[in-house]
Design a protein around this ligand. Structure first.
Ligand code: ZN
Length: 481
């Protein structure tokens, strides 16, 4: 077995992340195209479990899955002016079919609003067709010019869940935005990922949106990672694409649309936030393997040890656990512990001669590394309970950590101190003007996440941290990915 020198999660997060996704076989970033990566089997299983969760939440709330082409013709992509202005520099173009230049260049989708609208125009006839709620989980391409980073800033986003909806009124689209925010909260809660929900400032909203709401989490290095966005698109795209519906009174009106997306960054967050110096720590319900059984054979009782392990293994399978019985004889139990800890398997069961005598199993939980003996006849009950405990404790730990990193300050030097030295998020009073917002970014060396929508901060009596005028909002600022 290859000895792996482990990087510390706590002191060198960036290197830890790169090392752990490769050593635990989650994501292989050695493919010979810059900014693209490969999902090996173990990572693919984590990805599938996360996708299954997302799909369930969308299906339950009346969304229907669709699949649109990856190619978007240039004229379609150019229809909404703000949209193309933003994405122009990031588009990969298909220019040839074989040796022949194409008459129309085709874009590899950077996102699908334009492709979807072209078809919504054909699908939507009258008010009974609304609301229309669809989603797809596809790959999208963006020619990132900043330094690429595995799973976090890539040129092929392999796992992009994008939902697109159309509505009869502005208010109904707004109701949809709220529904999307609730769905995302449940999704991140299930993954035990803590988040901050912010109204993105005007200068940082999605290209073509009336407004954008974003979910950000904070990684161990104190930089925020955007993990989900929800956009109210008003009638901007509907007008550009002439998507109208027939109202009950016989007149035509443009539809109102929304879009909301989540990418594999959520898996990066899952790994980054719960991990430790030993490797991955996965919440049990998304872990590809929930339990590993390691026999501790001892001279003379090997047979009995193996027999008991085999029985326990079959029993756990019968109860629906995702379980592996590690029978490998060429490595020691200690090496097995090391291996499965790196992979983030939530629970390990050890059975040795002492357990045989006492009719117990020794159970070790990955999140705290605590061990205890459990009578075999209570094993199933205890394992189920332990899985819930692990999920709750990961959730509590992650939220506690995020909250500990947020500070309210009214002095720009203190804000800069939080952002640059204490690896945290500063919440500061702001008058609402773009120039002050940009100056906050400049002077704290951070980036404005926006006005908090999940926390109520009292703004009364506070003064803008830059100009001293009456503050309209508190805003969050920190380093970002
Ligand atoms: Zn101001």
């Amino acid at each position: 077995m290859v000895e792996i020198s482990r990087t510390k999660w706590s002191t060198d997060f960036s290197k830890w992340f790169r090392d752990v996704i490769s050593q635990a076989e989650v994501y292989d970033y050695r493919y010979p195209v810059k900014g693209v990566g490969v999902w090996p089997p173990y990572g693919m299983k984590i990805r599938n479990n996360v996708i299954t969760l997302m799909k369930r939440l969308l299906d339950e709330s009346g969304h229907e899955e669709v699949l649109f082409p990856m190619l978007i013709p240039e004229d379609l992509l150019r229809k909404e002016a703000e949209h193309i202005a933003k994405f122009e520099e990031e588009v990969f173009w298909v220019t040839h079919g074989g040796k022949r230049p194409l008459e129309r260049r085709l874009a590899l989708r950077p996102t699908s609003e334009t492709a979807i609208m072209a078809m919504f125009k054909l699908w939507i006839k009258d008010h009974t067709d609304l609301p229309l709620k669809v989603y797809q989980i596809v790959n999208v391409f963006r020619y990132e010019t900043k330094a690429t980073h595995p799973m976090i800033r890539v040129r092929e986003v392999t796992t992009f869940k994008e939902a697109h909806t159309a509505h009869a009124t502005f208010e109904d689209a707004e109701r949809q935005v709220k529904e999307a925010v609730e769905i995302y909260k449940r999704f991140f809660d299930e993954l035990c990922i803590p988040y901050m929900i912010s109204l993105r400032p005007e200068w940082d909203k999605f290209a073509g949106a009336v407004y954008s709401i974003a979910f950000d989490t904070l990684l161990p290095d104190g930089r925020a990672l955007q993990i989900g966005t929800v956009h109210h698109l008003g009638q901007n795209f509907a007008k550009a694409f002439e998507v109208t519906y027939l109202k009950p009174d016989g007149t035509h009106e443009y539809v109102y649309t929304t879009s909301y997306g989540i990418s594999e960054r959520v898996i990066a967050a899952l790994i980054a936030i719960h991990g430790d110096d030993h490797g991955l720590v996965l919440p049990p319900h998304v872990a590809p393997i929930q339990i590993v059984i390691v026999p501790i054979p001892y001279k003379g009782v090997e047979k009995e040890v193996y027999k008991t392990c085999e029985e326990v293994y079959k029993e756990l399978l019968k109860h629906g656990f995702r379980v592996v019985y590690d029978k490998r004889e060429d490595i020691t139990p200690g090496e097995k512990y090391y291996y499965w800890e790196l992979k983030g398997v939530p629970i390990r069961i050890e059975i040795g001669p002492r357990n045989l005598k006492e009719n117990t199993a020794t159970i070790s939980r990955r999140d705290t590394l605590d061990r205890k003996d459990i009578p075999l006849d209570r094993l199933i009950y205890e394992l189920k309970k332990l899985m819930d405990d692990i999920k709750q404790s990961l959730y509590d730990r992650a939220w506690k950590w995020l909250r500990s990193r947020v500070g309210i300050v009214e002095d720009i030097e203190q804000a800069k101190d939080i952002v640059t030295k204490r690896q945290g998020v500063a919440v500061v009073p702001w008058c609402g003007s773009e120039s002050c917002g940009l100056e906050i970014e400049e002077r704290t060396e951070g980036r404005v996440l926006g006005v908090p929508l999940d926390e109520k901060y009292d703004v009364k009596g506070r003064r803008c941290i830059i100009c001293g005028r009456e503050a309209k909002h508190m805003i969050r600022v920190c380093k970002t990915y």
